[in-house]
Design a protein around this ligand. Sequence first.
Ligand SMILES: [Cu+2]
Length: 132
Amino acid sequence: MKTKVLSLAALLMFGVVAVFAGNKVEKVKVYGNCEQCKARIEKAAKAVDGVATANWNKETKMMDLAFDDSKTDVHKVEMAIAKAGHDTEMHKATDEAYNKLPGCCQYERAKTDMKMDGKKDAKMDMKMAPMK
Ligand SMILES: [Cu+2]
């Protein structure tokens, strides 16, 4: 009887270790508006190999992410989300991906891009940066 209890305890502990082994939990900011965004963001994140859970909160714009860090990392997940049209802190969606979002999902973006003749201003940004 005692051995049974012990082996059960060992089994439980093993299970707990297996769940947490190689797993990392992160909070990442993802820009979006609504439930539809939530579904899109989470789907994009979960499609990345190694992601266990992705849960985005539309009020806080924060996503709880759990993943196997031997398989993937936050950058890969953020890139996948950006590809779906949603900006993250480190990876921005392209205008093209953003413009494909339904109108209700076109979240307010930080106005980083002043447009000149419809061209992106990566070069201009560099020129405007103060010289040190
Ligand atoms: Cu939306």
